[in-house]
Design a protein around this ligand. Structure first.
Ligand code: NAD
Length: 482
C-alpha cells in the first residue's frame, strides 16, 4: 500500500502494525526485565561475533547484494560494505572500554570538594531503518554503535534488497537472541509503522522526503531521531588545479556503486576555461577504470527499473531544456537487457532542469562553469546544505576559506568520499542532508544517554546556600554576581 507523505499512523494497514509491534514489544519487555544493561565485556563479545560472522560470510553477502542489484561489483561490496564495517568494528572494539568509562568533568569551585562525572548509559530499545544503496554496511555500522552502547535493537532493511535483508537477519540470528536484536521486513507501510513505535531513539538512513515523515511520526512519541539523508554534494575545482587530476578523483567517487552513493559528487563547478579539460579528463578516467561498461563486473547496475527510468527521465528533461549530453561508452556497447547505465556528463545544465534540482543518485554528472571561487561558494550557499563538499586546490589557505564559508555535513579536500571512511570522525548531515552523527565514538554517543552526575562529599560548604540566608550567602553571591 502507499503511505501518504505525512506518514500518518491512521493510514497504516493493520498488517504493517502487526509486523512491527510483536518484535518491538518483545525487545521492550526484555529491556524492562533486565537487571542491568549488558556490561562492556558482553558487548565486546557481541561485536567480536558480528565481525567473525561478516568475515566468514563475505562471499554470501556479496552474492546477495549482487542479486538485489541485478549486478553489484564484488570488489565494491568488499571495500565499501565489508571492509568499512569490519574496520569500524575493529575500531569500536579497540576503544569501547575507554569510551564507556565515566568521564570526569570539572566541578564549579563553589561546590568543591564535590565532584562531577558524565556517565554514558544505553538508551533502551532503538530502531534502525536501512536504505537499499549500501544495504549491509548501513545496517551493520549503526547496529555496531547501538550494541556497543548497550541497547536492544530493531532493524528494518529496505524492501528493494530482500536477499541482503536475509543476510542481515542471518547475522542477527547467529549473534543475538530476538530479545536483544531483531529484524522486521516490509515496504513503506512497514517503515511508517516502524517509525511510529515509541523507540528510545530512531536512526534513519534514506531520502530527505521520507526523513520528514519519519521525524513527524517520531515527534508523536518524542523519540529522538538521527536522520542520515542525501542531497546534492558539489565539487568545486579551483582554476589553478589540474582539471584532469580532479576529474580522475571525481570519476572514481561518482562511479562507485554507479553513483548510488549518498556522498557521491552530484555536480561539478569549474572555471569556464577548464570545462573542456575536466570533461576530457573525466572521459579518459572512465575509459581507464571501465574499458567496458555493460559486461564489466566492476561496474554496478542501477537498483531497479524504476530508478533506471528515473535517470533516463533526468537526461530527457535536460536535453529538452537545452543541455548537451555526453554519454561515455568506451567499447561502443549496447545495454541490452541489463540495468547498467552509461556514465554521462551533462553540459549547459540550468537551474530549471530536474538534474539540477533533485539528488541524481546515478552515474550522471552535470559540469557547470563558474567565474571564480566566490561564485562557486555563492552557488553552494544558494542551495540546501549538502551532505558532502569536495574542493580541489593545492593552496591550503584558499581551501580553508572555502571550508569556512560553506556548510556541509563533511568534506574532502583534493579527494572524494574519503572523509566518511575515517572511523575517528563523525559522519552525518546538516540542514536538509540530515541531523545527528555516527561512526566510532560519535556513534557510541548517539546511542547513549550522557548523564551528568554530581557527587557530594560528607564535609561541604553548601549549607550556606540554604535559608535562613546569612552573611556568608551574601558574600558568596557577591563573588558570583559580578
Ligand atoms: P528511502 O527514503 O526511499 O527508503 C529508506 C528506508 O525507509 C527503506 O527501508 C524504506 O522502506 C523506509 N521507508 C519508506 N517509507 C517510510 C516511512 N514512511 N517511514 C519510515 N520508513 C520508511 O531511501 P532509499 O531510496 O532506500 O535510499 C536512497 C536515499 O538514501 C538517498 O537520498 C541517499 O542519499 C540516502 N542515503 C543517505 C545516506 C547517509 O548516510 N546520509 C546513506 C545512504 C543513502
Amino acid at each position: 500500500m502507499s503511505v501518504p507523505s505525512d506518514g500518518s499512523v491512521e493510514s497504516l494497514a493493520p498488517g504493517a502494525e502487526a509486523v512491527v509491534r510483536g518484535p518491538f514489544e518483545r525487545l521492550r519487555a526484555a529491556w524492562r526485565a533486565q537487571g542491568a544493561p549488558p556490561d562492556v565485556t558482553a558487548r565486546l563479545v557481541s561485536l567480536e561475533k558480528m565481525q567473525a560472522w561478516i568475515v566468514a560470510h563475505q562471499e554470501d553477502i556479496a552474492r546477495a547484494i549482487s542479486d538485489d542489484f541485478g549486478h553489484r561489483s564484488r570488489h565494491e561490496t568488499i571495500a565499501a560494505e565489508l571492509a568499512l564495517a569490519a574496520t569500524d568494528l575493529q575500531h569500536t572494539r579497540a576503544h569501547l572500554r575507554a569510551w564507556a568509562r565515566p568521564e570526569a568533568r570539572s566541578t564549579f569551585w563553589g561546590f568543591l570538594p564535590g565532584s562531577s562525572r558524565l556517565i554514558r548509559q544505553p538508551l533502551g530499545v532503538v530502531g534502525i531503518v536501512v536504505p537499499w544503496n549500501y544495504p549491509f554496511q548501513l545496517a551493520v555500522m549503526p547496529l555496531a554503535a547501538a550494541v556497543a552502547a548497550g541497547n536492544r535493537v530493531l532493524i528494518k532493511p529496505s524492501e528493494l534488497t530482500p536477499r541482503t535483508g536475509e543476510q542481515v537477519l542471518a547475522m542477527v540470528r547467529a549473534v543475538f537472541t530476538p530479545e536483544q536484536v531483531d529484524v522486521v521486513t516490509g515496504g513503506a507501510d512497514v517503515g511508517a509503522a516502524f517509525a511510529s513505535l515509541p523507540f528510545d531513539h530512531l536512526f534513519f538512513t534514506g531520502s530527505t522526503s521520507v526523513g520528514r515523515a519519519v521525524m513527524r511520526a517520531a515527534a508523536e512519541n518524542l523519540t529522538p531521531v538521527t536522520l542520515e539523508l542525501g542531497g546534492k554534494s558539489p565539487v568545486v575545482v579551483h582554476a589553478s588545479y589540474d582539471a584532469a587530476r580532479a576529474a580522475e578523483s571525481v570519476a572514481a567517487g561518482k562511479l562507485l556503486n554507479a553513483g548510488q552513493t549518498c556522498i557521491a559528487p552530484d555536480y561539478v563547478l569549474v572555471a569556464p576555461d577548464k570545462v573542456d579539460a575536466f570533461v576530457a579528463g573525466y572521459e579518459r578516467a572512465v575509459a581507464q577504470m571501465y574499458p567496458r561498461i555493460v559486461d564489466n563486473p566492476d561496474y554496478t547496475s542501477i537498483i531497479s527499473d524504476r530508478h533506471h527510468a528515473r535517470l533516463d527521465a533526468l537526461l530527457a528533461d535536460a536535453v529538452k531544456k537545452g543541455a548537451t549530453i555526453r554519454q561515455i561508452n568506451p567499447a561502443k556497447e549496447s545495454v541490452g537487457g541489463s540495468r547498467k547505465f552509461f556514465p554521462t556528463l551533462v553540459l549547459g545544465a540550468t537551474p530549471d532542469m530536474a538534474v539540477m534540482q533533485d539528488e541524481i543518485f546515478g552515474p550522471i554528472l552535470p559540469v557547470l562553469p563558474v567565474a571564480d571561487v566566490d561564485a562557486a561558494i555563492h552557488f553552494v550557499n544558494d542551495h540546501p546544505r549538502p551532505l558532502a563538499l569536495y574542493y580541489f586546490d593545492d593552496d591550503s589557505a584558499r581551501a580553508e576559506d572555502v571550508l569556512t564559508r560553506t556548510t556541509s555535513g563533511g568534506a574532502s579536500v583534493n579527494a572524494t568520499l574519503y572523509h566518511m571512511a575515517q572511523h575517528d570522525m563523525p559522519f552525518g548531515g546538516v540542514g536538509a542532508s540530515g541531523m545527528g552523527r555516527y561512526h566510532g565514538f560519535d556513534g557510541f554517543r548517539t546511542f547513549s544517554h550522557e548523564k551528568s552526575v554530581f557527587y557530594q562529599t560528607r564535609l561541604n560548604g553548601t549549607a550556606t546556600l540554604r535559608p535562613p540566608y546569612g552573611k556568608m550567602f551574601d558574600t558568596l553571591m557577591k563573588l558570583f554576581v559580578r
